[in-house]
Design a protein around this ligand. Structure first.
Ligand code: UAG
Ligand code: ATP
Ligand code: API
Ligand code: MG
Length: 484
């Protein structure tokens, strides 16, 4: 595969080498590659430009002119130029691409869109925290890449889009993380619609302030969704007015969804043993939908997914039928089993204050005994959320056990102390396996246990080492042991 440099960077540089690959990592450069020298959070990619040229790079994208033997494309926004060049290099994309942003629920919505598309007879894929997955009617799902970044690097996004399109995927839904939008990782994706779920505290280690975090998410609507696209917005979020204003300003059609929504209005919600019954008003009519998932938050996620699928061209009937067959994303309120003396154990991915509050409130109506939660907070991530998560667990659960969740480069006990500072009456068990065992040992009839924060994750990151660890397996083992 190759392309002329001028077709990738839309500039006449006098010379026009044939480009055979695009990367922002000098260690991946091969002869004929276009190298993007990007300013990063740890190092400046410009430091590696000379090395990239020595390794055979045919041209370099950078923020300034550099004294190199190969052409330099100097631009004030090299990350965007890199994403656009990668998209032009890889060329093909599925016919219809949608993206979803929000602090919580993106993985669920991207997966729901893929399922609704496939249910309606389309070959579809999703991209996000759980990797890339293809679904098509009548065949088993195919996992194309394993879990990794929520929004992969721009060149990876471009390559994966081309690969799934090559395999016949026509409908595509992706997660737009705030890091991803800010770092231009999805600037090359041709979107027809973008969804917004919610904006609550997370990632302030990276963005600094809630205002900057919001601005990163707004950019999806202000800059990335082309004029005339559809903005599917959760009208029940406090941040809705800002997103609606940005979408209108950018010339998009706004489809508001939720209890306060107009495009898809959630008129009523009734709990059932299988999940919930939703009354949805759309196009002046009222529809009764059986959603096989529990929790008000899943109703929000389902409505945003439904809006995105409508914007992608599916009929209302097909979308509503799709909602009735949805399966939850792995590790999100996933039921693991029953305790020896009764009670149920769940694994969930809540790793933010709002996520934890949402999942505990969603479970409460199903509790006849005690609500027990095992959770922690990640190292090298927003420190401000630690005491907030502690307080929420202490207030909303009957038993809260604080444990480790990917301490990374930080001292585990110090992270736990910051969580404990907000968690009045909670107990602390650093070893996650022990914490899960202790919680399972307490389970009795009418109790619910939720092991929160790691969901689908397969490892506990301590320092630079990933120790194999899976909450579902550990919880299942503890339940087995309790059964004797
Ligand atoms: C803070 C952050 O987002 N970092 C990501 C970012 O790194 P960076 O640009 O800051 O990289 P850097 O290490 O400073 O290096 C700068 C540049 O020099 C290049 N370089 C570096 C070394 C070398 O020898 N040669 C070379 O060319 C690098 O490739 C890079 O282009 O770009 C890298 C390449 O895509 C990512 O791997 C890296 O993700 C790190 C591992 C990470 O942990 N990211 C998390 C925080 C993240 O992105 N999370 C979001 C949000 C999840 C959510 O929604 O909750 C996600 O989308 O997953
Ligand atoms: N709409 C929602 N509102 C609030 N909390 C939610 C919502 N949807 C899911 N959650 C909670 O957040 C957790 C993570 O959900 P999900 O993985 O779908 O979010 P995400 O936005 O993809 O997260 P990440 O930032 O890691 O990519 C769930 O396990 C649940 O506890
Ligand atoms: N996408 C999120 C996931 C957090 C999951 C939690 N287990 C942690 O490690 O903090 C992040 O990278 O912040
Ligand atoms: Mg996700």
């Amino acid at each position: 595969m190759s392309a002329r440099l001028s077709t990738l960077v839309k500039r006449d540089l006098g010379v026009d080498p044939e480009i055979v690959g695009v990367t922002a990592d000098s260690r991946k450069v091969r002869p004929g590659f276009l190298f993007a020298a990007l300013p990063g959070s740890k190092v400046d990619g410009a430091e590696f430009a000379a090395r990239a040229a020595e390794a055979g790079a045919a041209a370099v994208i950078a923020s300034r002119d550099m004294d190199l033997a190969v052409p330099t494309i100097a631009t004030p926004d090299p990350r965007r130029a890199y994403a656009l060049a990668a998209a032009a290099f890889w060329g093909r994309q599925p016919d219809v691409c949608v993206a979803v942003t929000g602090t919580n629920g993106k993985t669920s919505v991207a997966g729901f869109c893929r399922q609704i598309f496939a249910q309606a007879g389309r070959k579809a894929a999703s991209m996000g925290t759980l990797g890339v997955r293809i679904s098509a009617p009548g065949v088993a799902d195919e996992q194309v890449t394993p879990p990794g970044l929520t929004t992969p690097d721009a060149a990876d996004v471009a390559e994966l889009l081309a690969k799934v399109a090559q395999r016949g995927v026509t409908h595509f839904a992706m997660e737009a993380s705030s890091h991803g939008v800010d770092q231009r990782r999805l600037d090359g994706v041709k979107l027809v619609a973008a969804g917004f779920l919610n904006l609550t505290q997370d990632h302030l280690d990276y963005h600094g302030t809630m205002g900057a975090y919001r601005a990163a998410k707004l950019r999806l609507f202000e800059t990335l969704l082309p004029r005339g696209g559809t903005a599917v917005l959760n009208a029940d979020s406090e941040a809705y007015p800002a997103f609606a204003a940005a979408a209108v300003e950018a010339g998009h059609t706004v489809m508001s969804v939720g209890e306060a929504g107009q495009g898809l209005r959630l008129a009523a919600r009734v709990l059932t043993p299988e999940g919930q019954r939703l009354t949805i008003e759309a196009d002046g009519r009222s529809y009764d939908v059986r959603l096989p998932l529990a929790g008000g938050f899943q109703a929000s996620n389902a409505l945003v997914a439904a809006g995105l699928c409508l914007a992608a061209g599916l009929s209302l009937d097909a979308v509503l039928a799709g909602l009735e067959a949805l399966e939850g994303a792995p590790g999100r309120l996933q039921r693991v089993g029953t305790g020896a003396r009764g009670g149920e154990a769940y694994v969930d991915y809540a790793h933010t204050p709002d996520g934890l509050e949402t999942v505990l409130k969603a479970l409460r109506p199903h509790v006849r005994g005690r609500l027990i939660v095992v959770f922690g907070a990640g190292g090298d991530r927003d420190r401000g959320k630690r005491p907030l998560m502690g307080r929420i667990a202490a207030e909303l659960a009957d038993v809260a056990i604080v444990t480790d969740d990917n301490p990374r480069s930080e001292t585990p006990a110090a992270i736990r102390a910051e969580v404990m500072a907000g968690a009045k009456g909670a107990s602390e068990i650093g070893d996650r396996r022990e914490a899960i065992r202790a919680a399972v040992a307490m389970l009795a009839d009418g109790d619910l246990l939720v092991v929160a924060g790691k969901g689908h994750e397969q490892g506990q990151i301590v320092g630079d080492v990933v120790h194999p660890f899976d909450d579902v397996t550990e919880t299942a083992r503890a339940l087995e042991q309790a059964h004797g």
